[in-house]
Ligand binder design. Sequence first.
Ligand code: ADP
Ligand code: MG
Length: 695
Amino acid sequence: MDAVDIFSQPVETLIGIGPQIAKRLNKIGIFNCHDLLFHLPVRYEDRTRLHALGSVEDGDSVLVTGSIILTDILVRKRSMLLCRISDGTGFLTLRFFHFSSQQHQQLIVGKQLSCFGEVRMGYDGLEMVHPEYRVARDPTLMIEPCLTPIYPLTEGVSQSLLRKALKQVLPFCDDTHGLLKEWLPMSIRKQLMLPTLAGSLKTLHAPDPTLTSSTMMARARPEFKRLATEELLAHHFSRMQARNNVRLATAPVFSEPLEMSKRFTKSLGFSLTRAQHRVIKEITDDCKVAIPMMRLVQGDVGCGKTIVSAYSALWAVYSGYQVGVMAPTELLAEQHFSNFKQWFEPFDIQVCFLSSKIKGQARLDKLVDIKTGSAQVIVGTHALFQVNVEFKRLGLIVIDEQHRFGVNQRLVLKNKGQVGDFKPHQLMMSATPIPRTLAMLRYSDLDISVIDELPPGRTPIITRALPAQKRAQIISRIMGWVKQRKQAYWVCTLIEESDILQCEAAEKTWATLKTLLPEVKIGLVHGRLKAAEKMQIMADFKQHKIDLLVATTVIEVGVDVANAGLMVIENSERLGLSQLHQLRGRVGRGKEESFCILMYQSPLSKVARERLRILRETTDGFILADKDLELRGAGDVLGTRQTGEMAFKVADLSLHQELIDQVPAIAEMINKEAPEVIEPIIDRWLSAVGQYAEV
Ligand code: ADP
Ligand code: MG
């Protein structure tokens, strides 16, 4: 093959890859030889030596050899082929659930057999299920000179196919050909002690014979770090570009509603915390300037973010602009609506509610109000930013629980309200504190404000974990609690994100609790109720017409009832730390001591046990976020695993923490020394996901 431009050649040009296979590779993002080169092994197998059967243990993946001492077909529910070998130091059984008669005939007692697979302890000693094997006199035939890379696969593409394809590409991957551009300046590589790109890729695909599998598995290897550095830089640069692009637009300039905010503050009935004051100042400082604000307010559940956004809204309305307030769930949007209405009505500010459930004439009327500008603060779900919703003069967008919106929704938002180069200010709020390092990556295009203080007079929540067997005890506890004129939540969860099943489970629990606790007024709220019904039930709960509220995780965000100081969470072992923390944040809003009971099904997995332990020990959202990252990995923490956003190819956020911290400084150096490599670096890592990088 022509060496000149091999990396830009489509994979079809490689021997062994036809149009069919190429299509399958395209599906996992491999189009040309360059893509193939960046398709990295997930692990390695060690076939470099034979192991004595007497020395292998449960869980080892090893190459072994021995002579066949028995071959048999066992007829159980389904028949299986068994073959036992011995090498004088021990025995091993090979077990095949799918086999041919030809295979059976080949496994003749007395012949030498070598095989590779994972050893496990079966009923009858060590065994391998469906190992790779060869019957041959020479036991060294299966030995490989170096570690065998194992690649992520897609249907219809085998390991050996990928290996063969890479063997054709790898010879061109070195520093002498100069085909693979090295973008990291030498000075930076030296300082960080990083190998070259070509050298790193070569080592990862074809490890040197001296490297053992345990050293290669360690993702802390410099080769991984080399690639991770460039990948993280690509993300960082692309976010910085996005940030700069936003700042090119013109934003409305708000002026301070002096008189109005004084009156507003008086009407609240409490005084703002220092942290709230500081954050309001940070926001309004941004809005006084004609550069679009992109600010994220982070603060634990209950720290009072809503009121902070209300102040910002006051500035916008006073300056003659509309405000869009968007929440991820109907329930939360409704609650915001009733809050804003209550706060703003005395000021003659028109607050309007819009969700996809509002239809027909009512909807049309609202759309007119929004278009003519008679609606000033518009609260709703993402329905707010659908195409047919036209604002008159949108000046501020508030997005609550920002991380819960998908990439696509954020894409739409990005352009909403933008007319020419006029762009509204954006205020995002999140109660899921994400670890600082992660925030730097994910949100390097945003300015971040932190509310690190809870309103005074809150008492910490006492958290207990109890097995489901103690259900009766928990129920009688609720009885006692309600007798003290206090309220409680009972949250039903399920593994599946299925709305219907969750609601069914909640309905069942509700019915059972009603028979068990006849004197207690029990309400039920879930996602399938009509908006009006939900609102009614929440209102009843707030007014204490309901003692115990059975709910699905729809109550997770925003619900605020100070007298409800007890929460039972069923199947808590199934939820992640952040979600549990969010749920728990519904209690502990009053002055009295509150409790959270995490009910679980035993036995607990190690991770679940750890999660529940951490929750018992701390209520600090930032500590929990760090732990969550450790336990689950970044994709889950950010809730972006499905969308593929932030899905790093190489960088491992829990492993490369230190590196992530260094990225802004490295980026700065490159910006000074070699700004011309920025574009190519972004291109190399993000060209396929280009549009997401801007969201
Ligand atoms: P979150 O940050 O979780 O969105 P909210 O904005 O819902 O929190 O506020 C939680 C509760 O605390 C609300 O009832 C709100 O009115 C109240 N609150 C907010 N700020 C203060 C404050 N400074 N002092 C007392 N109560 C406050
Ligand atoms: Mg909130």
